[in-house]
Ligand binder design. Structure first.
Ligand code: ZN
Length: 347
C-alpha cells in the first residue's frame, strides 16, 4: 500500500516459522479509526525475513498497544491536542511523576497516567497542560495552589525544580526573541528561506538529532549539516526542512542568527579549548524524539549523518566550497535555494 521502512533487526521468538532468530522490525503508514474519525498513522510490525509467504508479518501484544497509542496520538495531532509523548515530556521537564503532575494540576491521582497510556484528554485539560509547558511561572502557581496535595518535603523538592525552570526559560525566551527578530525580514515564503517560514521547534529537533548521531559536532560543522538538511529537503519536496536563511561566508553557508540557534532548549553547548582557541561542541541535552520527524525528513537526516558523521570541520568546509550554490553566490550574500538544487552528489 505505502512505503515501508526497516527500523532494525531484533532477535525474537518468531511465530511465523516458530524459531528464535533475527527478524525485521518495520514501519509503514496506515489508516485507523479513532473516535469515529479516520486517522493516518505509522504502525510498527515484525516481519520474518526467512519466510516468503504473504503472511510473514506479525505483531506482539506490546507492539499492538504501541500502535494503538500511535493511532490515538495521530488523532490528537489532527485535533491540535498534546500527544501522550508530549504530555510525558512536559512533566519530565519539571521532573515530576505522573501522580505528582496530576496533583500539581489539582486533578485525580491517575488522570495523567490515563492520558499517557490511553484516554484522550478534552480541550480544557489540554489547555492547562499546555500552559504548564509554555509558562513555568504558571506551573509554580499551580503547584502552590495545590500544596495541600503534597508532603512538605516533596513539595519543596518540586518547587526547587520548577524555580530552576523559571530561571532557564528566561534565557531561552530571550534567545528565541533574538532569532525571531532577525527573521522578521523573512516572514514570507520565498527562495531565500526555501519557501518555509522558520520553524524553531523543528530546528531544535534537527540539531538535537545531529547532536546524537554525529561525532565531534562543533559549531561550524553543525551549520553545514543544517544547510544540507534544508536544501536536500527543498530539492526533494520544494520546501526547506526548517526554513533557515543562509549567507555565503568564508567557512561555507552560515544561517542568520547562528550564534543564537545553538541556545535552543534541546541543545547543550560545551566549551573546549583546542590550541588556545575556544571551540563550541554541541552535545545532546534530551532524548531525540524521532516521531517528531516525517519519514521523508528522517531519510534525509540519516543520509546526511552517514555521509558527514566522521568529517572534521575543515573537511566539511572544503566539501561545501565545491558546491555550485556556494561558488556562484557573492561573499556575504544570501544563498538561493533554487541554486542549491544542483548539489555535488548527496540527495
Ligand atoms: Zn521466522
Amino acid at each position: 500500500m505505502s512505503k515501508e521502512y526497516l527500523i532494525e533487526m531484533v532477535e525474537v521468538d518468531c511465530p511465523v516459522c516458530e524459531k528464535t532468530h533475527k527478524i525485521e522490525k518495520r514501519k509503514r503508514e496506515t489508516e485507523g479509526i479513532v473516535k469515529g474519525d479516520v486517522v493516518c498513522y505509522e504502525e510498527i510490525f515484525y516481519m520474518c525475513p526467512t519466510t516468503n509467504e504473504e503472511d510473514n508479518e506479525f505483531v506482539t501484544a506490546a507492539l499492538m498497544d504501541d500502535n494503538l497509542l500511535r493511532a490515538r496520538d495521530a488523532y490528537r495531532h489532527c485535533k491540535g491536542l498534546l500527544t501522550s509523548y508530549e504530555i510525558s515530556e512536559i512533566r519530565k521537564h519539571y521532573g515530576v511523576t505522573q501522580n505528582e503532575f496530576s496533583n500539581l494540576l489539582g486533578w485525580g491521582d491517575i488522570t495523567v497516567t490515563r492520558y499517557e497510556s490511553k484516554t484522550i484528554q478534552d480541550e480544557t485539560y489540554d489547555n492547562l497542560m499546555r500552559m504548564v509547558k509554555e509558562n513555568p511561572l504558571f506551573a509554580l502557581q499551580s503547584l502552590e495552589k495545590h500544596k495541600a496535595k503534597f508532603l512538605e518535603e516533596k513539595f519543596q523538592k518540586i518547587r526547587r525544580k520548577i524555580v530552576e525552570r523559571v530561571e532557564e526559560s528566561g534565557i531561552h525566551y530571550l534567545k528565541m526573541q533574538e532569532i525571531s527578530s532577525v527573521y522578521l525580514n523573512y516572514d514570507k515564503e520565498s527562495d531565500l528561506n526555501g519557501y518555509k517560514l522558520l520553524d524553531l521547534e523543528k530546528l531544535a529537533s534537527v540539531i538535537g538529532y545531529f547532536a546524537h548521531f554525529v561525532n565531534n559536532l562543533y559549531k561550524v560543522k553543525l551549520m553545514k549539516l543544517l544547510w544540507y538538511a534544508d536544501v536536500i529537503h527543498y530539492k526533494r519536496h520544494g520546501k526547506a526542512m526548517v526554513g533557515l536563511v543562509y549567507k555565503h561566508m568564508t567557512y561555507g553557508a552560515l544561517p542568520l542568527a547562528y550564534d543564537e540557534i545553538i541556545h535552543l532548549p534541546t541543545i547543550k553547548v560545551e566549551e573546549e579549548i583546542i590550541y588556545d582557541d575556544i571551540s563550541y561542541k554541541i552535545v545532546p541535552n534530551a532524548e531525540v524524539n524521532v516521531s517528531k520527524f516525517t519519514l521523508e525528513e528522517l531519510n534525509i537526516l540519516e543520509l546526511i549523518c552517514s555521509k558527514f558523521k566522521d568529517y572534521r570541520s575543515r573537511e566539511i568546509v572544503d566539501y561545501m566550497h565545491k558546491e555550485k550554490a556556494y561558488r556562484e553566490t557573492e561573499p556575504f550574500n544570501i544563498i538561493s535555494y533554487e541554486l542549491s538544487k544542483e548539489l555535488n552528489e548527496l540527495s
